[in-house]
Design a protein around this ligand. Structure first.
Ligand SMILES: [Zn+2]
Length: 466
């Protein structure tokens, strides 16, 4: 059989790996969207490198858009098979794909107004909400840790990846020429000390491994350190300076982690009972879905829930979905904490909150995750004197703070721990995906030291015999 790489190849988005059997059957692992590179991204999202109607089966590792974002387009262009994923992944994919369709529809509307004035032809979104609803019918949910039969020749078992709610490692057994090939695709790997989720689990011995490498060359800080830093920032901003703490946060994962942390800190009187606002319809939905899947929670959180049934709710917390209520936050003079999407602050309501609060030295903007260098979050990390938001210049008088340790991705130590269950001698081929080239080279050298012999860094559309 063959494997070809059509995304997340020497880059971090667009995850798409295609296995083609000798009998012509095709199985697609993930169908992610390329993100964040302007014109180049646009064409990358239009060139599949394969024909959607010719795919027979699809397996989705987790709901993040860079792994799921082109599924509606795949179905629109003729894919008629099932989409295998875990139950929470289906729930999250629904809200994330609908959100992606809404963003594309409103972007197209905005751009087409401009294009009409310039006598240019209108552009259309990659897909709309109708396409999302159609593709959702194809989602078939599978429990973790159970082998299921996709066909007589293909078996699938999901194991815990610990990355986001529902994220799974994809383990396959594919029979060809009376021989069984064991293939594992890591999806994205989480951390071993996540506040909410279980740790990545051991997975069956594989002959072929396709593994992410986002942080394959670095180590994160301890989670405990970031909590101490958050407490310090809250005291400085909200108690001493009577200001506002604005936290741009990803709707899935980071928001729930922050809410649970603040819940514990307020409950234990470590910090005063400040008003906390989660201002984002998507974050509100994602939190509801998380609460509905306690089977994904780690023991520590389940123990906590014996005395506080809902870790994502407390008396001074308010979830805001309506636009008008969000706008009212600007008039409020009280010191408070606002958690809002998007995580990189390049879109969404948090951009307005930053614009409204960045010129006041009493306030703090806390960047709690990875930000693309060109996003508003990325530009703020350079701590400029002036920043442009919505085309206008703002003086950066607020404190800009940063905590790296809240990343949902495994660092090098985590990936090593994840791979410790494997006998490197039995692994015939190891493909490094989902990483920047320099990081991947570094990771490859470390893998070879560990005894993995055939390590490859595939390029876009490259094909390998396996
Ligand atoms: Zn992910």
């Amino acid at each position: 059989m063959k494997i070809s790489f059509h995304g997340a190849a020497q880059t971090v988005t667009g995850s798409k790996h295609l296995i083609t059997l000798k009998n012509g059957k095709k199985l697609l692992l993930d169908c992610g969207m390329f993100q964040g590179r302007g014109v180049e991204t646009e064409s990358l999202n239009k060139e599949w490198g394969f024909v959607p109607a010719e795919i027979d089966y699809m397996v989705l590792s987790h709901a993040h858009i860079d792994h799921s974002g082109l599924i509606p387009k795949l179905v629109k262009e003729g894919y008629k098979g099932k989409i295998y994923c875990t139950n929470p992944t289906k729930d999250l994919a629904q809200i994330l794909l609908l959100d992606s369709a809404h963003i594309q529809e409103s972007d197209a509307k905005f751009l087409n107004k401009k294009r009409r004035d310039q006598n240019k032809s209108a552009i259309s979104p990659l897909y709309d909400t109708h396409d999302v609803m159609r593709c959702l019918m194809r989602f078939t949910t599978v429990d973790l840790d159970e082998w299921i039969q996709i066909t007589d020749d293909i078996q699938l078992k999901f194991t815990e990846a610990g990355h986001i709610l529902g994220a799974a490692v994809v383990n396959l057994r594919i029979k060809e020429d009376d021989e069984i090939k064991r293939i594992t695709f890591s999806g994205d790997i989480g951390r071993y000390n996540d506040a909410i989720l279980k740790s990545p689990a051991e997975f069956p011995q594989a002959d072929v491994i396709i593994c992410e490498s986002t942080y394959g060359d670095s180590l994160h800080d301890e989670v405990q350190i970031s909590e101490t830093e958050v407490i310090k920032l809250i005291y400085k901003t909200c108690v001493e300076q009577d200001g506002k703490l604005i936290i741009p946060a990803f709707s899935v994962g980071r928001t729930q982690e922050l809410v649970y942390m603040l819940n514990r800190l307020i409950e234990s009187a470590t910090i005063p009972a400040l008003n906390v606002y989660v201002d984002s319809p998507l974050s509100t939905e994602a939190t509801r879905i998380t609460y509905n899947h306690p089977e994904c929670f780690n023991k520590k959180l389940l123990r906590y829930m014996e005395r506080d049934e809902n870790p994502f709710d407390f008396p001074t917390l308010r979830y805001i979905t309506e636009k008008e209520v969000s706008q009212e936050l600007n008039q409020k003079k009280e010191s408070c904490i606002i958690i809002s999407a998007s995580g990189m602050a390049e879109a969404g309501r948090v951009k307005h909150h930053i614009a409204n609060n960045i010129q006041n030295p009493k306030n703090t903007i806390l960047l709690a995750g990875y930000c693309e260098p060109n996003s508003l979050g990325g530009r703020l990390k350079l701590r400029p004197d002036v920043v442009k938001i919505f085309g206008e210049e703002y003086r950066v008088n607020a404190t800009i703070a940063e905590i790296k340790s809240l990343s949902a991705h495994a660092d090098y130590e985590d990936i090593s721990q994840f791979l410790a269950c494997q006998d490197p001698k039995q692994v015939q081929q190891f493909f490094v995906v989902h990483g920047e080239p320099q990081v991947q080279e570094h990771f490859k050298r470390k893998l070879i030291k560990k005894g993995f012999n055939e390590v490859y860094i595939p390029a876009q559309h490259q094909v390998f015999n396996i």
